[in-house]
Design a protein around this ligand. Structure first.
Ligand code: ADP
Ligand code: MG
Length: 236
């Protein structure tokens, strides 16, 4: 069974290599996450407006539309992400707007399609990362989103493979941990779900040493479960 499940990941990595791409597309990175049991938002890649509307219907409103292009790595910088689309006409408008924005950003960007995905309810944003350190090898990172990572550098690292205890420490030893443990109006987050994601990420990068960087940003932490909203994987 293990071998079967890993085939898709290997196929995706090999295909990117063949095309000379170092950065996997979001839907590719999310398929890999799914094979390792990391929860992601439901998604489909549309090639035209009608298809995008049909997929939105299937997934259920509200939805988010995003650009899928090997030439657009930071999608919101290019105006390539539009959230909270409530009906088919919103989806049609967002589809055209994203293509227009991306064309302005990079006239020659190759467009693979438009990603239609489930809109995850907002919640505490966490970040799960992996980086291949030249000395220590695959290293796993965890922190809270926004200012906690960018400004306060409140993140924890452990060398992979990590145990459940390592994962738990990475979470509970953050200065911002009280925010995950129930604070004012925010209910406590599902720490076991986050531990599971950290351990799956560890297994993912250990079994695929050609991964140089992995970035699940954000992973929304809920009272029950957690969900990866954006995934980026960079190959060596
Ligand atoms: P970028 O490539 O710019 O990092 P993201 O996919 O992370 O693009 O989208 C930018 C932001 O939009 C996210 O940080 C998140 O706040 C919001 N977002 C994206 N996808 C979803 C989603 N499926 N559900 C809810 N919010 C989303
Ligand atoms: Mg992101």
């Amino acid at each position: 069974m293990g071998e079967c499940r890993l085939k898709q990941t290997t196929k995706i990595i090999n295909q990117a290599k063949k095309e000379g791409r170092k950065a996997l597309l979001e839907p590719e990175a999310k398929l890999i996450c799914m094979e390792y049991g990391i929860p992601v938002t439901k998604f489909k890649v549309a090639s035209n407006e009608t298809q995008a509307e049909a997929y939105a219907d299937e997934i259920g409103y509200p939805v988010v539309l995003k650009i899928v292009s090997p030439d657009v790595i930071h999608k919101s910088d290019a105006g390539g992400v539009i959230v909270n689309l409530k009906n088919a006409s919103d989806v049609g408008n967002a589809y055209r707007k994203i293509l227009e924005n991306v064309k302005k950003y990079n006239a020659t960007a190759k467009i693979v399609g438009i990603l239609v995905q489930e809109m995850a309810p907002s919640s505490t944003e966490t970040i799960v990362g992996a980086i291949k350190d030249p000395q220590f090898g695959q290293t796993i990172m965890f922190g809270l989103g926004g200012i906690f990572v960018e400004l306060l550098k409140d993140v924890n690292f452990r060398i992979a493979p990590i145990t459940a205890d390592d994962a738990k420490e990475m979470i509970t030893q953050l200065k911002a941990y009280p925010l995950l443990n129930g604070f004012r109006n925010t209910p406590p987050a599902d720490i076991d779900a986050l531990i599971g994601i950290l351990m799956s990420t560890s297994r993912l990068v250990i079994e695929n040493p050609e991964i140089k960087e992995l970035d699940l940003n954000p992973v929304l932490a809920y009272q029950t479960g957690a969900k990866t909203v954006d995934a980026r994987i960079i190959l060596e």
